[in-house]
Design a protein around this ligand. Structure first.
Ligand code: 2M8
Length: 432
């Protein structure tokens, strides 16, 4: 191993150590003081390379706040930290009979990468992971059951998200058409105070108009006591999201493998995973552009906005060989893979798209988790040249610029939170 890589590995471990609270790992020091769901899964993938007990602790801590109906909340609050919006009082999760009695959480979810993380740990630890798996397996199964039961009422194999935050790509231009359509009167906008814009450059963060809509949706859900049937009837935001369903499909397959390891029946996970893959290829595949698109259940139309998430089905093995080839061509053609022109890969949104911003959050910057999903996807399909290139540019980006939350795809400059945990964790997974 090269000397520079050894230094980078040491630094990455220091970032995770710095964010470790004793019970869970913060995504970033000031901006994100609580525990976030998919951050923890990705962080645990990094830990499983060198600190397996931490990897297990991270996931178990998160799942201790799972709701009685299986919902895995996107944030588990640490009541010791108050400087974050929306906090405990804004969510009012206690209004749901399903929320936990002894933990404070949000009331939305995030992409389900947890079974994938648990399988990574099992692969590293083997039989030593058995006690951890025995505890986590029923909780993972309840989490996936919740998604297919509550979020796929028509049994299509595609689950819906009901808030942009559930996609993990909070203010992606994918949501613009829906959010613009949500015309709110001043009385409908709840009173709130943001905490993010005085911690990092406001230019890097979503607009106030987007936050108004995020806040509105939260209060709408709380008003219904988080009753899913009511929310389904009334939420203006209801989307079958490519990223979420692709990661769910992969997680179902990984859960099936865990079931086999534990001597449990994997059949229901395998059947659901296959159904989701079929539904994505049937309903969300855009043959003309060689990518997958989100589907807006309210308007009954595909959302024709092109984002890096459209290529994430590669991570789950959903496209066949021909589709995968056409996705590769599409990435190069549409400004997601500017490798040949010396550009930095992979922008989170089409560099030539109307909503592109090189610095604003999910509207163009490079994110290490998206790169990691794509990298593993390229490897899976044998796209060796692209995988090698993506691996090298990802490592170089972090080595030269630091452990940032996201990076300007034109200049490489880091933005958002520094000392960002999943950047460190996924880099460790690539380097170790
Ligand atoms: C960002 O989202 C939170 C809201 O959940 C925020 O902006 O306050 C997103 O990038 C999300 O994907 C991520 O999990 C979270 C913590 O890193 O930050």
């Amino acid at each position: 191993m090269e000397h520079l890589d050894r230094i980078l590995i040491r630094q990455a471990k220091m970032v995770l150590e710095f964010n470790w609270t004793g019970e869970y790992t913060r995504p970033g020091p000031r901006l994100y003081p609580h525990q976030w769901s998919w951050d923890s899964a990705l962080i645990s993938i990094g830990y499983s390379r060198y600190a397996p007990e931490r990897a297990a602790q991270e996931l178990l801590h998160l799942f201790r706040s799972q709701w009685k109906n299986g919902l895995l909340p996107h944030v588990v609050f640490d009541p010791g930290f108050s400087e974050y919006f929306p906090g405990i009082g804004f969510w009012d999760a206690h209004l749901s009979p399903d929320s936990p009695d002894d933990h404070q959480t949000s009331g939305v979810v995030q992409p389900p990468v947890h079974a994938t993380a648990a399988l990574e740990l099992y692969r590293r630890l083997g039989e030593d992971a058995r006690p951890f798996l025995t505890e986590l397996f029923p909780k993972l199964a309840a989490w996936h059951d919740y998604l297919y039961r509550e979020r796929d009422p028509e049994g299509e194999g595609l689950v819906y998200i009901r808030h942009p935050w559930e996609s993990g790509m909070d203010n992606s231009p994918i949501w613009d058409p829906i959010l613009l359509g949500m015309q709110l009167s001043p009385e409908e906008i709840p009173a709130y105070q943001r905490a993010d814009t005085h911690i990092v450059d406001p230019e890097d963060r979503p607009e106030m108009s987007a936050y108004d809509r995020y806040a509105y949706l939260i209060r709408l859900f709380a008003g219904y006591g988080y009753d899913e049937a009511e929310i389904r009837n009334s939420s203006p935001f209801l989307v079958q999201n490519v990223l979420f369903n692709a990661l769910l499909c992969r997680a179902e397959r990984d859960l099936a493998e865990l079931a086999r390891a534990l001597g449990e029946d994997p059949t229901r996970f395998e059947i659901r995973a296959a159904k989701t893959a079929r539904a994505m290829n049937g309903k969300l595949w855009d043959e003309k552009h060689g990518t997958y698109l989100d589907y807006d259940l309210r308007s009954g139309t595909l959302i024709r906005v092109y984002a890096a998430s459209g290529y994430l089905p590669l991570f789950a093995g959903i496209p066949d060989g021909n589709q995968a080839q056409s996705m590769l061509r599409s990435m190069e053609h549409h400004g997601f893979y500017p490798a040949k022109s010396g550009g930095i890969c992979a922008p989170s949104y089409d560099m030539y798209g109307y909503g592109f911003s090189p610095v604003q959050y999910w509207r163009g910057p490079v994110w290490i988790n998206i790169n990691w999903f794509l990298l593993r996807g390229f490897e899976r399909y044998g796209f060796t040249e692209q995988a090698d290139h993506l691996r090298a540019t990802t490592i170089r980006l972090v080595r030269d610029r630091g452990f940032y939350e996201y990076f300007n795809p034109l200049t490489g400059r880091g933005h958002g939170s520094d000392f960002f945990s999943w950047t460190a964790a996924l880099l460790l997974d690539v380097l170790l």
